[in-house]
Design a binder for this molecule. Structure first.
Ligand code: GDP
Length: 307
């Protein structure tokens, strides 16, 4: 296959950087833009940038992301920034004549009480989980934008919905991070301080499905080459784990032997969000990195980059 010029928007983030690593290993021509060079929330400069560079394909991995706490204190940023980034990249790609675009969303687009495992058809069938509805509404709009440009302009724009992701380049800031980097940092610091116990947010009972970001990166490139349908497609690891069990696994990997306590004054969020990813599996993608292996390599990355 001839080399394509693929623009990865959001290449400094955990997802974008994993996609760049994977595309580079495949010998593709990867295009990126730095934050100083281009603010993706700025419509005219984003449109102009796309027209100037004329990529063959665009991957929308740029987003304002964060964990359960960040979502609740920065609703305006989660809604406005994400809507602006999507609108500018999707419409700008259309105007620049880009035929292929992959938009990345999240499993939080689904209703809080969607039947499990959650199928793509559950979208817009019930109320959202309030702790992340700002982000979810923006991501739902992104899916609809892709569908609208397919319908009106025959653009081959597609959307992928990953489950909770983790891996190298994750955000380890305790106030804005997701659960895996947060717990990894807290458990590491508790071990270094010789603490006897460690408080985990919430009751420990919520169930989450996790996927290593390198597995997602393979799925994104797989879909770029093999998926071209109106409907968004789920991409998950295939099983879920309670926050308590996750915390225990992280303690084992880090080597912390203290006691875990659960702070029920902190929000649990949605009780469960296991996705049904059979459509993607049937087409030929499957995850290759187990949770234990992925957590171990992420902890190594944390030790090398944050300590
Ligand atoms: P969510 O999947 O959108 O709810 O995102 P998170 O990754 O932020 O949270 C997942 C679950 O982990 C929630 O039930 C949190 O309450 C729980 N959790 C436990 N400890 C922590 C922590 O230190 N940070 C975060 N972000 N979540 C935690």
């Amino acid at each position: 296959m001839p080399k394509r010029k693929i623009y990865v928007a959001g290449h400094r983030g955990m997802v974008g950087s994993a996609i760049v690593r994977h595309l580079t290993s495949l010998g593709e021509d990867v295009l990126t833009s730095s934050r100083q060079e281009l603010d993706l929330r700025d419509q005219s400069s984003t449109h102009a940038w796309l027209k100037m560079h004329e990529p063959d394909a665009v991957i929308v991995a740029a987003a304002k992301v964060g964990g359960i706490h960040a979502n609740s204190v920065e609703p305006a940023h989660f809604l406005y920034d994400n809507l602006a980034i999507e609108m500018n990249l999707i419409h700008g790609s259309h105007e620049a004549g880009v035929d292929r675009l992959v938009f990345l969303g999240s499993s939080c687009i689904y209703p809080k009480f969607a039947p499990q495992p959650i199928s793509e058809t559950s979208l817009l069938t019930g109320p959202l989980e309030p702790t992340n509805e700002w982000y979810a509404i923006a991501k739902i709009a992104g899916i609809k934008l892709c569908q609208a440009y397919r319908r009106q302009y025959q653009r081959r724009f597609i959307s992928i919905m990953p489950c909770n992701l983790y891996g190298p380049n994750d955000n380890f800031d305790l106030m804005s991070s997701h659960v895996i980097p947060a717990l990894m940092r807290k458990v590491h610091e508790a071990k270094c301080a010789g603490a006897g116990d460690l408080a985990v947010w919430g009751t420990g009972t919520p169930l989450r499905e996790f996927l290593h970001v390198d597995d997602l990166a393979r799925a994104v490139v797989f879909c770029l080459d093999n998926y071209d349908e109106d409907e968004h497609i789920n991409c998950g690891g295939g099983s879920d784990i309670s926050i308590r069990e996750l915390a225990e696994t992280i303690c084992k990997i880090v080597g912390f032997e203290g006691r875990l306590t659960f702070d029920a004054t902190k929000p649990d969020g949605t009780p469960r969000k296991l996705m049904d990813s059979h459509r993607l599996r049937e087409r030929g993608w499957s995850p290759a990195i187990s949770l234990e292996e992925g957590l171990t390599n992420t902890y190594q990355w944390f030790l090398q980059n944050h300590t």
